[in-house]
Design a protein around this ligand. Sequence first.
Ligand code: BGC
Length: 370
Amino acid sequence: MKKILALMLALIMVFAMVACASTDTASDSTAADTADTTKDTADTADTAKDTADAAASDEVKTYKVGVAIYQFDDNFMTLYRNELESYMKSLETDTVKYEITIVDGKNDMATQTEQINSFITQGVDLIICNLVQTSSADTIVNKVVDADIPLVLINREPLAYDADGKPLDEAYEGILNNAKVCYVGADARQSGTYQGEIVAALPDKGDANGDGVVSYVMIEGDPENIDAQYRTEFSIKALTDAGIKVECLDDQVGNWATDKGQQIAANALSAHGDKVDVIFCNNDGMALGAAAAITAAGRTVGKDIYLLGVDALEECQEMVKNGTMTGTVLNDHIGQSHKAVDVAIQALNGEAIENYYWVDYVKVDASYFG
Ligand code: BGC
């Protein structure tokens, strides 16, 4: 009996030990689970942090860019602004976006000033401005600089002005004195010179009626625009520099517009008839109008009259190719708008920018097409 009791006791002890061991095992696994769970939680937190980090580095940065154009209703500036927008958009990445707002100054400085004020209030990161009046550059530059917004001026070069409001042949100090302000454009003297050189290179040097003098009609763009002033001056200077005798029959302001160009050319042709050897237009928009007036007057470009423009609009390149226009000068809206955007992005990235960026004009006469 004693033996049986001892055996039973031993069995109970064994069971107890096994039970104990299994409890230990159970509690061990609970601890392990808890540890695992804690680790899992930590892992989850790590993952969340990683995701947040990734999101932070992948975070989309949207720059607000305000673009003020002097007037949408301008052939050349239409090409320019469309190229500017599409090029800037093409430089977007997964993490950098450009929200571009383009406004029409309607050729009114008060309207454009309001548009710049509104860009500043909206807190844009950068402004690109094609001034309506370069004589207002001071007001605009000061406003934008005070708001600490980088400013890229395009197309209308602001020069220094004398006390009487006449532009001087000097760089505008408001640009030179500011690290965040620049001008991107082409040197209009070059375009005028090229127009004159195209005429001087003709077999009769532009003297279509053979009377020994190149008698011309000048159709000017907006006289407040330095492009108009320089093209007017330098086209004729290239002729006189080449030793050609010139006579101005008429010099009128066509404000860059085709209808005005047509009207001025028609009046000049009816007033001066065969005396007119050359019609110089400060841009192609007005040259298109002058071409219509030349045809209406029964004259033929390349035979009894010459016609010059600037910009090299596609339709004018075609005309130079087929001889209905003597020549034009490529005003490189692609090169200029791309440069303006590249510089804008540099400024947005906080990189240093220069004060001036120049893009070359290219002479376009019949030889341009080979
Ligand atoms: C262009 C003109 C244009 C003007 C606008 C000039 O550079 O040649 O066609 O009307 O810019 O400011």
